[in-house]
Design a protein around this ligand. Structure first.
Ligand SMILES: [Zn+2]
Length: 229
């Protein structure tokens, strides 16, 4: 094991509080696929890597097309095959190829009634219809779709209005949702939302014609001209 890898492991362990026990159990040839790490309820985590933001949500000049463009999520710096974590409990609603977003995983979180999408993955690690909890690995970072290099795109959408939520604000608020979910009231709200999740069945069956927010729909019409990094 080289020094670089050791350093990387040390950095990962320091970042993901509680993941240290797993790192110590690593046997070299046997790498257990630990799906649930011990993310603390009260800590803010990045879904991937160190949480370094390479492009914020909002209007910007697109790095590939060079044209003005609305960026509906945040881009987080990552290395190839870095684990991408679920930050909040929810139901996987869609996985696989998603136009310019490449290989993506979408999760519906009944509390606080939002959908999150991670894109440009090299692989997904969950299937639609699976209930995933905070800390589970849902995919691995890559550069699929319209992308200039390895990173993870993270989008948050309000389920009732289909509006985009500022993803960094959402990430900061996740611990408050996790804490709230300990209460009976929030659990009740969560189960009511889950029951009312109107597109749930459609999404699981038809992965090609799922309703996308306007901006994304437009983007998907563009031919995937830029497959290379
Ligand atoms: Zn992006």
């Amino acid at each position: 094991m080289n020094a670089g890898l050791l350093k990387l492991m040390a950095v990962s362990a320091a970042f993901l509080v509680g993941a240290q026990a797993q790192a110590n159990n690593f046997k070299g040839y046997y790498s257990p696929q630990v799906l649930v790490s011990q993310l603390r309820d009260d800590c803010t985590y990045s879904p991937v890597g160190m949480g370094i933001v390479t492009s914020k949500a909002g209007f910007r000049v697109h790095p590939v097309t060079g044209r003005g463009d609305f960026h509906n999520g945040v881009d987080l710096s990552a290395k190839l095959n870095d684990k991408v974590y679920c930050l909040l409990d929810g139901m996987v609603t869609r996985v696989g190829w998603r136009g310019n977003m490449g290989v993506a995983v979408e999760i519906y979180h009944p509390y606080p009634n939002v959908r999150t999408i991670v894109g440009h993955l090299n692989a997904y690690a969950v299937m639609p219809g699976t209930w995933v909890t905070r800390g589970r690995v849902i995919g691995y970072a890559g550069t699929t779709g319209r992308s200039t290099g390895v990173h993870v795109h993270y989008t948050v959408i309000k389920e009732d209005t289909n509006e985009y939520i500022e993803p960094l604000m959402f990430i900061k608020q996740v611990p408050s949702y996790v804490m709230a979910l300990r209460s009976h009231q929030a659990q009740l709200a969560s189960s009511v939302n889950m029951k009312n999740f109107r597109k749930f069945d459609t999404k699981l069956i038809d992965t090609e014609t799922v309703d996308l927010p306007e901006g994304e729909k437009e983007k998907e019409k563009t031919p995937p001209a830029s497959m290379e990094p």
